[in-house]
Design a protein around this ligand. Sequence first.
Ligand code: DAH
Length: 342
Amino acid sequence: MKNKLEDLRKKILEELDKAKSGETLRELEIKYLGRKGELSNILRAIKDLSVQEKQEIGQLANTIKNDVTAKFNEIKREVEGKEIAADFVDVTIPGKKIARGHLNPISIIQAEMEDLFISLGFLVADGPELESDYYNFEALNIPKTHPARDMQDTFYIDKKNEQGEYDLLMRTHTSPVQIRAMQKYGAPLKVVVPGRCFRSEATDARHEHTLYQFEGLLIDENINFSHLKGILELVGKKLFGEQTKLRMRPKFYPFVEPGSNGEYTCSLCGGQGCRVCKYSGWLEVIGAGLVHPNVLRAGGIDPEKYSGFAFGFGLSRLAQLKYGIDDARLAMSGDLRFLQQF
Ligand code: DAH
């Protein structure tokens, strides 16, 4: 019995020394010190011994129990201390920074343009990206068989109307919103329309199938070409700086008469000529003109009483020029290495 007790003491102390976690300690506690543990079993057996043995073994058993319990508590304190240290959180350490998103360069230009036009009293309108053939072409003075339709490669929707025609498409420009705005608000009218447009283009560094435009329309009595020019000059100065000059030359667009393009002096070379402006010194970013009477009529406005001007900017192209981006596809790529530069 005596030997048994000594062996047990040795075994317990050894195992306690090896215990590393609170969990092993709890297991050991049950195994040796618990009510059904090995030590308790021996203690229970003492009652069957002779009086002399009872005294001797009883004493030994109690010393062992006390020793083991003391050791047990010591190890327990050690292990718990380590576990608390491992769990410790230093609340004074600065937190991890969560990366903040930011605007795409096209959105930055769009917001700048909107600010300018809002300050001039224009309202900002929106229109559907899935458009009807009527608003995208017909109402803008581009009849079904007109060759001007070839200027804009169009994504048609694969669904015929009751007449068996494909009359739904992804809008190729923001100009259909001119008609929608005229029908909704009538004249006089000052409206700009930023938005996404689609062309069935093979994509390369200069072309994207999805592009952003910024349309403008002003209708009132006695509006003429100089009003248009004044506004476009203002936009150029705002976007590219005070020294920016505007050049307008005749260009055919079915929805305006006279029609014109608009070019700014190249912001990168200051008009000296460089790769971006193809050594011409000018950047073509605008289509514009005086609204065609047929377009005013389609919008429900009397061309005898009112006249107006309209213009359309390529926002994607403006962003490319302003930030010197040499590939049109980057702005839509979602590539953070590109986007984080703005
Ligand atoms: N919608 C034309 C395009 O996408 C651009 C344009 C030209 C808009 C002349 C206009 C305009 O409002 O008057 O090519």
